[in-house]
Design a protein around this ligand. Structure first.
Ligand SMILES: CC(C)(COP(=O)(O)OP(=O)(O)OC[C@H]1O[C@@H](n2cnc3c(N)ncnc32)[C@H](O)[C@@H]1OP(=O)(O)O)[C@@H](O)C(=O)NCCC(=O)NCCS
Length: 341
């Protein structure tokens, strides 16, 4: 008997079936930017970056390489791993804050490129929790709308909105994409529970000020570099460390589980110190914690599915394992998902 069914599983799901991650894939651009490269660009050091964040290098999209390009590559990898007819996909969700264009949805470009017919497509703009929110939507739609399969992609080209003159942010971010095929499952298996929350009073701590309806792009705003990511890192750090335990325990509780049941913690890869704080709080040894922030930096929405795909590739996910995924970021948003692999 699985841990989840032994302890109850998701309340209420039994009446409408379950949902699960059928396959996962990822893709990152070829170009690598190291801390040594950044030392040549801004007043920083490898020592500062590693000691404050754990990041050593990140992948960066090339000129002309857009979020949909990374999305399509990650989605193809996920689709190759499962033997479903792609035409059974009823919905494509792309979680991103770096869409190809402000509109239409990047998901539309992905749908077309993958040749998916009879399929809806939209984006979720929610920063680093985007994959968890996409997963929650997919799971819910499969269980209540009888969608057959949903492609949940999280992809970012943050390098395109990074201020490469601002050392407080440019050392943090990277580009990449992860994709999950989500499909139906037996009740009480697969995606067991998702919790989410948003604290809009802290939305100003991490944003891209110019280019929306509040401040449409002007030459003046560009001169002021307002078309790049702004972050009050220290405040975001505090909110993350405070919020992660609560949202995680909420999701675990909903699934009828505790931190002792977790086989793999897949956190948003923003900062090694935040990952370490969560692992310590849940008393999880390193072998139960996925870490790749050193090689990819913070890829926002993409970081959780990239880490998940990597963990699977490394053989760290066995059927029946309990995976706790936790995201935090712009909004200020939090999200946690408990999945039985
Ligand atoms: C961004 C972050 C790494 C900064 O680390 P920190 O320990 O909070 O550092 P601070 O911002 O307090 O800055 C400390 C000092 O380092 C300096 N500094 C900032 N970036 C630097 C860099 N790249 N190289 C060298 N020095 C740097 C600052 O200017 C500051 O100097 P001062 O003390 O002389 O003013 C950290 O706050 C963080 O990870 N925040 C969370 C980010 C996050 O999780 N985002 C997730 C949502 S996407």
């Amino acid at each position: 008997m699985s841990k989840a069914s032994a302890t109850g599983g998701e309340g209420g799901a039994d009446t409408v079936g379950g949902s699960r991650i059928v396959a996962i894939g990822s893709h990152v651009p070829e170009k690598v930017l190291t801390n040594a490269d950044l030392e040549q660009m801004v007043d920083t050091t490898d020592e500062w970056i590693v000691s404050h964040t754990g990041i050593r290098e990140r992948h960066i999209a090339s000129d002309g390489e857009a979020t949909s390009d990374l999305s399509i590559a990650a989605a193809r990898r996920a689709l190759e791993k499962c033997d479903i007819d792609p035409q059974q996909i009823g919905l494509v969700i792309v979680a991103t804050v770096t869409p190809d264009e402000p509109f239409p949805a990047t998901a539309s470009f992905v749908q077309h490129a993958l040749g998916l017919q009879r399929c809806a497509a939209f984006d979720v703009i929610n920063g680093c929790t985007g994959f968890i929110y996409g997963l929650a939507l997919a799971s819910s739609l499969i269980r209540t709308r009888q969608e057959q399969y949903v492609l949940v992609i999280a992809a970012e080209t943050l390098s395109k909105i990074t201020d490469w003159q601002d050392r407080s942010t440019c050392v943090l971010f990277g580009d990449g994409a992860g994709a999950a095929v989500v499909g139906p499952a037996e009740p009480g298996t697969g995606i067991l529970a998702v919790e989410w929350s948003t604290n809009g009073s802290a939305a100003h701590l991490l944003n891209l000020p110019a280019g929306g309806s509040r401040r449409p792009i002007t030459h003046e705003l560009i001169d002021q570099r307002q078309h790049y990511i702004k972050m009050q890192g220290h405040e975001v750090f505090k909110l993350a460390v405070r919020g992660i335990p609560e949202i995680s325990l909420g999701a675990l509780h909903k699934a009828g589980l505790t931190p002792q049941d977790v086989d793999l913690l897949v956190m948003h890869q923003a900062n090694q110190r935040i990952i370490d704080a969560a692992a310590k709080r849940f008393d999880l040894p390193p072998e139960k914690v996925a870490v790749n922030v050193d090689r990819y930096g913070n890829t926002s929405a993409a970081s959780i599915p990239i880490a998940l795909a990597e963990a699977e590739q490394q053989g760290r996910l066995k059927p029946g394992d309990i995976v706790l995924m936790v995201g935090f970021g712009a909004g200020f948003s939090l999200g946690a998902a408990v999945v039985e692999w």
